[in-house]
Design a binder for this molecule. Sequence first.
Ligand code: ATP
Length: 245
Amino acid sequence: MKIPRSHPRYKSLIQRQLLINGLRDGFVTEAGLIAHGRGEAFDYLLGERTTEEGEIAERVAIAMLLLSKNPVISVNGNTVALVPRGIVELADITNSKIEVNLFHGSREREELIKKILRENGAKEVLISGEKYKLIPGLDSERARVNPDGIWISDTVLVPLEDGDRTESLVRMRKNVISIDLNPLSRTSQYATISIVDNIVRAIPNMIEFAKEMKNCDKEELNSIVSKFDNKKNLEKIIRRIRTEF
Ligand code: ATP
C-alpha cells in the first residue's frame, strides 16, 4: 500500500505497514500486531513524542549499557520489523550482543529474524540454540536463552517484552532496561530502567546519546545511573498522561 507523506498519521501508518509486511514475511505474529495496537494507544496518550521522562530514562539506559561487562539486546519480531538497522547500530556502539528471544518461538522465525539482522549489518546474532539454558521460573518454551548471551549477561535491553520474562530476569539479578509505551505494564513496573517511549524514537535517541557519552569516564556514568529513580520517573509519566491529555 502506498501511504501519502501528507497523511496526518503518516508515521503511524508506516509502522503498521512494516508490521503487516513482517507478518506476510513470517517473522511477526498475529499477537505481535495486537501488542502493537496496545502500544499505539499509549503513544497517542503521550502525544506521539518522546517525553522528558522518556529522554532521561534513555540517557540513563545508555550509561548503564556502557558500564556493563556483558550487555545484551534481546530482539523479537516487532522490534526487527520496526528498527532493524537501529538495533545493529546500538549494539555496535554499546558493545552489546544481540540475541533473538521470542514469546511465540519457532526455529524458523528465529532464523528469519537472524537473517534480517545480518542483512542489516549484524556481525553476530545469537539464538537460544542447541545448548540453551533455561531462565528459572518460566515455562520451558519462553525460558530458553543462549548460554553465551542473556544467560551470562549483566544487563539486558528488552524492547517490547512480556512481564513474566522481565520479572524472571530481574530475579536473576540482571539489570533490565525495558522499552515499553505502557507505563503500567508489568514490564515497565519490574524493569530496572523503564523507557516509556515508542521504540522507533527510543532507539535512534539512544544511538545519539551513546555517541555523546561513549567517552565519558566510569565515574560520570556511575553518577548518572545512581542519581536516577525509576519509580519516580514512572510516576511522573503516569501523572503526565492523567493531566496533560
Ligand atoms: P506486560 O506483560 O508487561 O504487563 P503486556 O501483556 O501488554 O504487558 P505484551 O502483550 O507482550 O505485554 O505487549 C508488549 C508491550 O509492548 C505492550 O505493553 C505495548 O505497550 C508495547 N509496545 C507495543 N508496540 C510498541 C512500540 N512500537 N514501542 C514501544 N512499546 C510498544
